[in-house]
Design a protein around this ligand. Sequence first.
Ligand code: MSP
Length: 653
Amino acid sequence: MVAHQSIYITTPIYYVNDAPHLGHAYTTVLADTFARYHRSRGRAVFFLTGTDEHGQKIEEVARAAATTPLAHADRVVERFRDTWKRLLIANDDFIRTTEPRHKAVVERFWQRLVDRGDIYLSSYEGWYCVACEDFSPESQVVDGMCPIHQRSLSRIEEPSYFFRMSRYERTLIEHIESHPAFIQPESRRNEVLAFVKGGLRDLSISRTSFSWGIPVPGDPAHVIYVWVDALVNYLSALGGTEGPNADTFWPHAVHLVGKDIVRFHCVYWPTLLMAAGVPLPKTVLAHGWWTVRGKKISKSMPATRVDPNLLAEDLSPDALRYFLLREVPLGLDGDFSYEALLSRTNSELGNDLGNLVNRTLTLAHRFLAGRVPSPGHPSELAAIAVAARDQAAAALEAYHPSRALDAIFELVRAANRYVDHTAPWTMAKDPDRAALLPTTLYELLETIGWLGRLLVPFMPAKGAAMLAQLGVDVLAESTLPAWPDRWGELPAGQSLGTPAPLFPKIDAAKSAELLNRWVAPELREDSSAPTGGAPSAAPPKADAAASLTFDEVQRLDLRTGRIEHAERIAGSTRLLRLEVDLGEGRRRQIVSGIAETYAPEQLLGRTVVVVANLAPANIRGTLSEGMLLAAGEAAVEALATVDGPVAPGTRVR
Ligand code: MSP
């Protein structure tokens, strides 16, 4: 449970060089789901999103579009606002870094750092990546290019103000070590700790070679470094540390970020706050990346762009939100597939949830004249519902929305089984069971009420539609629908609404039409097909006999690895925990099901073949970051190795 009853949830503020894509939508949907959940528990919530409008990148984009940076930002910001509306995002505020209220707080913040003696004037010489809006350490520069964006870096030699970040190295390490909730998930926390322990240098925090930014107070030849400007948004939206909302919401902040901007939030931001004498936010919560065919969704890769607006319009915002929240455990990367989106929408939302609601409502109209009957003795569904609710709450408090949805859909499946085994449509004709019909249907209607309330944070419109079909006047509830509390609250006699399918079935023809609209031509499987390249509408089930394209095979990153450590996992006869050197400067931990064939001591020093780009997974509570290849059908017979000495981390192809 959250100890404090108020919570401040933020998204990164998005750069206005780019229209919103699925990656941006993901962070914002996560934040909205947490915000709605906490509101439904009666907590004070402040949910902020916004746009990052200064910096060299925006200045360059505007120049290329022959407009001013502000005019450009004014246009793009509307696209963000529209997208958030379409995705049912209920933010309490939207901040733009070009607003006077932000500028004033940034200027005060800067002044505090000056007063503490933490800013000094010097000069910066080195490389800068405009796409990252970040300085690139000499060690990472390859042929003058940014290793992330593959674009050429700018060589900077200019006077610059510096922030004495190095002063805060020790205090930051102590803070991270003594506050396990500060950086989540733990893998990111370890990365940040290792980075900080490697030594913090002072940070260049002003630029003179362009002007689109907030001028340095007292020295307008400089503009404030865009990341310092941007990070302060989290305070300026509260009106600064003395602002009207700061007492309630600071430092009870959860900053949701993508893994690409962890360092800015977990190193720059906390050290800046320490210097300014402001308490640190409670949590920085980092999620992984959405990729398309293994490539990060981003502006610089047009083929990977996925438009959340189109998907929300064609399916429903709720189906898209459900997919994003359900498909990938928060923290891990996920490869986006349109087919998987359609498949989950049809099966879990249409067949499981939608049908449950539809058949229950239809039965209630047919046998109960469309009114809620009186409750009888609670059935097994009551206990299952309570367990689902409590598991979902625990998962949401721990920021695991996919796990929460899993728990809620256990209840959906239990309710469908209840319909199947009670078969209410046979009850009316059976004199022995006819009297049980109203109670049976009450249990199902109450389950739908609970499901509606549990699902509102994830799928606000469909959750509300479920409640509306039960005749609950959603708009009349003082706030939004509350998290379910007691079993049996649906009032007897209430008129039910008209049943209407929540998630109409998407048949093969419709799927084909949608895929044709959504999928960029260059991404279609078979662009020479006589249909003009429309992908097949076949369900996404893997065809065992289907052959892979060369590109698909290339996506497998197979590497040689040397086993440095091996031990049994307590309580398992099959699993070993291995530490494997893949030439990365650190050992990977891999959980492998080979204990029945190999004793740990037989493995030390062996070179094996590892699938290096397998998404990390948690196996029996142990993180596994890869997989060993082995021969054998049901049981492992022998490990795959290489025929000669090669260095750890050598590519196997
Ligand atoms: N302006 C900075 C953030 C400043 S916050 C003080 C920035 N903006 S951004 O427009 O590049 O958006 C970054 C955020 O969008 C990422 O941190 C992440 O939350 C989200 N995503 C962008 N692409 C993404 C994916 N492909 N996958 C998942 N999320 C990603 O950085």
